[in-house]
Design a protein around this ligand. Structure first.
Ligand code: SF4
Length: 460
């Protein structure tokens, strides 16, 4: 498998465009998700109100994040959870590895979590001698294939049924078949054994409730229930932005998230975990550790424009709506967070030097903003990041800046603009403007024989 990076988005995208199987799988999945999302949103008369409410709640949390984090930690610890703070991926991985080693663990089961993908937890645990198994079916498929997720909620969206069948035959010894029920049953029986022998279960967190210290995790397969309840130790990895102030706020988000993600009215399972079990005889793990991860989030929080990136609830709707993602898929972005939201948060997480191509991986059509359940203005964020990149780059951008300065000077003087347009129209037959980089990817239309102003004067 070729590992892509964000630095080579252009090349990755070109390669993806040649892959007809990938494009077929993407077209099918994104069209289906988009249709289901529209139907689910239309089924609620107050959809727009819910979006506004969700954004207002997130804005409130982000504005007072310090206060809400303190309240969350106090409530969670009062109920028996142990909270750990991690400044970055290395710290989070070190804490989690230490916890597993101290408990003599060998087998770890994991449920799907973008935050653990972000910190590359599996590789760190394997280096510490752990046997790690992903238990979400999509994540399990890509773990067997040795790949990265290519979609926030459907990690194996790029794979066809036949490719998965071949993978299961090779890796799990399944008899050759592409019957979905047979394939699912093969994965289930393999995973059940892993649950039974796991020492530690690791999950992500969809929402943390400051008022009660509760963590909320939504899913459709039941694997999160098993991950968080069978092993004796549960470790939950949570970005610091995942907080909601009150339990009642969940009402809004539990309506928006499944509808925006999979088009469901409600996720099949919703786990509410508040601390550890109260009595020894109760079901569930003995210990709950919550890792609060920063990893660049404080930086995003500090700027009034980038702050809104932290309102994301990882529903994946912007990926399905994005005309760029629909064509090239998630791996082209070279990051665990693909699509429009990936193009926004990856540069903020790992730095714009290595990811400078990503904010340009957009037509700025606004489809992402239209579908985002928390009304994140992704085009505004992309433009902000482009501005940062442009201000840091000197070579190659000098000519571009000069051209735009000249353009602005002409546009601000109507008479000069008219004269320049007339001259350009006259000479365009003999003179080709030096804009090869621009015309590599798009057309430069010839100037019309008559301008709008001229036609206006003629016909008025
Ligand atoms: S940016 Fe909005 S649409 Fe995209 S994943 Fe986040 S919440 Fe969903």
């Amino acid at each position: 498998m070729i590992r892509t990076t964000s630095e080579t988005f252009g090349e990755n995208a070109k390669a993806a465009l040649q892959d007809t199987q990938l494009r077929g799988a993407l077209r099918h999945a994104t069209t289906l998700f988009g249709k289901r999302r529209r139907e689910a949103a239309d089924s609620l008369s107050n959809w727009e109100d819910l979006r506004d409410q969700a954004r207002a709640i997130k804005d409130e949390v982000l504005l007072h994040l310090d206060r809400y984090l303190e309240a969350f930690v106090r409530q969670a610890e009062d109920r028996g959870a142990q909270v750990h703070w991690a400044r970055d991926a290395a710290e989070a991985n070190a804490i989690i590895c230490r916890l597993t080693i101290e408990r003599g663990a060998h087998n770890v089961v994991k449920s799907k979590s973008m935050t653990t993908e972000e910190i590359h937890l599996n590789a760190a645990l394997e280096r510490a001698g752990m046997h790690v198994v992903e238990t979400d079916l999509g994540e399990y498929i890509i773990q067997l294939a040795g790949e990265m997720p290519s979609h926030i909620i459907a990690p194996a969206i790029h794979k066809t049924r036949r490719q998965i069948a071949e993978l299961f035959t090779t890796e799990l010894g399944m008899l050759p078949t592409d019957d979905v029920a047979q394939m699912t049953s093969t994965a289930r029986s393999t995973l059940r054994e892993r649950f039974a022998t796991a020492d530690v279960g690791i999950s992500g967190v969809n929402f943390g409730i400051a008022e009660t210290g509760t963590i909320v995790i939504v899913e459709n397969e039941g694997n999160i229930r098993l991950t968080t309840s069978l092993p004796r130790t549960h470790i939950a990895v949570m970005g610091i932005e995942k907080l909601l102030p009150r339990f009642a706020d969940l009402d809004v988000f539990l309506k928006l998230l499944p509808r925006s993600g999979t088009g469901q009215a409600l996720s099949t399972y919703q786990s509410f975990i508040t601390g550890t079990k109260r009595k020894v005889s109760d079901e569930g793990p003995d210990e709950l550790h919550i890792i609060l991860l920063d990893n660049g989030r404080s930086r995003m929080l500090a700027h009034p424009v980038t702050r809104q990136s932290l309102a994301c609830i990882r529903c994946g709707a912007c990926l399905n709506a994005c005309p760029v993602y629909q064509q090239v898929g998630g791996h082209a972005y070279g990051s665990v967070y693909p699509g429009p939201i990936g193009a926004v948060i990856t540069p903020q997480l790992i730095g714009i030097q290595k990811t400078a191509q990503l904010p340009y991986a957009s037509s700025l059509c606004g489809a992402c903003r239209e579908v985002c359940p928390v009304k994140i203005d992704i085009p505004q964020l992309l433009l902000h990041l482009r501005g940062e990149i442009s201000s840091k780059q000197t070579s190659g951008r000098r000519k571009e800046r000069l051209a735009f300065k000249l353009w602005a000077a002409i546009m601000m003087r109507p008479r000069l603009y008219e004269k320049t347009a007339m001259a350009a129209r006259l000479f365009q037959r003999w003179f080709k403007p030096p804009v090869k980089a621009w015309t590599n990817g798009r057309d430069l239309r010839p100037i019309e024989a008559e301008s709008f102003r001229e036609r206006w004067r003629r016909t008025r």
